[in-house]
Design a protein around this ligand. Structure first.
Ligand code: MRU
Length: 367
């Protein structure tokens, strides 16, 4: 999407330097910094410390991390060690394993002297596929928004609530949950987005709001606790969120707090949609609560908060007493029965094994 007048992806190979660049998301929205990742360690740090984040982008970054390594050491040993090293950086988003598997199976079938070129080609393909996949999610999600718009009085916006950042910054481009929003804007539909701040790291406040501002999408930033109240008062027409891992039975694991939004949505008959590329489906598991590892992050993300001071300086401040430890489970699982539909690149599926397999029949042998 555009930043100012320039089109950016969240990760790209700079053809003039042959180096991989990312937008370092830690400093948004107050500073726009582009960083070059030069070694396997850089790629691992960027994922672990959330310079890049969001399930699809984590996968794309890992793919380029493997490619970068192939320049230095294309051996099987290096490939296998890098797989394990990168895989350990963030445990919940399945796109990481998916992208590493794709790289590994492509490269291990080739002699060492062909691996570098093939690795960069495959990483670029993963990125391009992600862009097209997310575009298609937008095409299918647009139909849902269109239907809701048709039930509104003239001039009234379709109010959509979203949690965390499942935007273009979380993918290579377009985003998952935001792609239907961008498509609705292009189609001239009147929409308004409720952006959950998404404590502790505030991806909603810092990243989704920044995307909304950059694309002129009407929105309000709300505290995480406001969604239920807004739903009770008819001010939310639909919830659309992303997911870091979806089971073959349609349970979805997303940023902490998503489950509470789904409960409130169910209680208020608000449709709750989850937008996802099929690379986010873990076909090998069925029960999200029992089988998805939930990342536990540093408690400092809870006790401290990043922002801009009145004097313009960007900094972290402590919001709790000295000595209070932060507890920080980063994701939760929303069971399939709370999900109205899964918006994928092939269409909208019921959140069930049957629903998913109807769209992805080639997975029948795995699921
Ligand atoms: O911890 P993060 O910022 O990586 O978490 C991101 C999310 O939870 C997103 O909603 C999810 O990855 C879907 S992204 C299209």
């Amino acid at each position: 999407m555009k930043v100012g007048d320039k089109h950016y992806r969240s990760i790209w190979l700079d053809t003039s330097t042959d180096e991989v660049n990312i937008i370092d998301q830690r400093w948004l929205p107050h500073e726009f910094r582009v960083v070059t990742l030069k070694s396997l360690d850089d790629f691992a740090t960027a994922i672990r410390d959330m310079w890049v984040r969001g399930a699809p982008l984590i996968g794309a970054t890992a793919a380029y991390g493997i490619a970068e390594l192939m320049r230095r050491d294309p051996s099987d040993k290096a490939l296998n060690e890098a797989y394990d090293f990168l895989h350990a950086t963030r445990p919940t988003a399945i796109n990481l394993r998916w992208a590493l598997d794709a790289m590994s199976s492509t490269l291990s079938a080739l002699p060492e002297n062909q691996r570098q070129e093939a690795a960069f080609k495959k990483a670029a393909e993963i990125c391009d596929d992600d862009v097209e996949t997310n575009r298609m999610i937008g095409v299918h999600g647009l139909e849902i928004i269109k239907k809701i718009a048709a039930t509104k009085k003239p001039g009234e916006p379709v109010n959509i609530l979203t949690h965390c950042n499942a935007g273009w910054l979380a993918t290579v481009d377009w985003g998952t949950a935001t792609s239907p929003m961008y498509h609705a804007m292009e189609a001239g539909i009147n929409i308004h987005i409720w952006v959950d701040e998404t404590r502790p790291r505030n991806q909603g406040a810092q990243l989704t709001s920044w995307e909304m501002v950059g694309n002129d999408i009407p929105h309000h930033l709300i505290v995480d606790n406001a969604g239920g109240h807004l739903m009770q008062h008819g001010q939310v027409d639909a919830v659309i969120v992303g997911t870091d891992r979806t089971t073959s039975h349609g349970d979805v694991c997303n940023k902490i707090g998503t489950y509470l939004k789904a409960l409130a949505a169910k209680d208020n008959n608000v449709p709750f949609y989850v937008a996802l590329p099929s690379s986010t489906i873990d076909w090998t598991i069925g029960d999200g609560l029992k089988e998805i590892p939930i990342e536990e992050r540093n408690g400092q993300e809870v006790t401290h908060i990043y922002g801009k001071l009145e004097n313009g300086e960007n900094t972290f401040v402590q919001i709790s007493p000295d000595g209070t430890p932060g507890g920080n489970p980063a994701f939760d699982v929303t069971p399939a029965h709370l999900v109205t539909g899964l918006i994928t690149e092939r269409g909208v599926a019921d959140a069930s094994k049957e629903g998913l397999l109807a769209l992805f029949p080639e997975q029948k042998s795995v699921a």
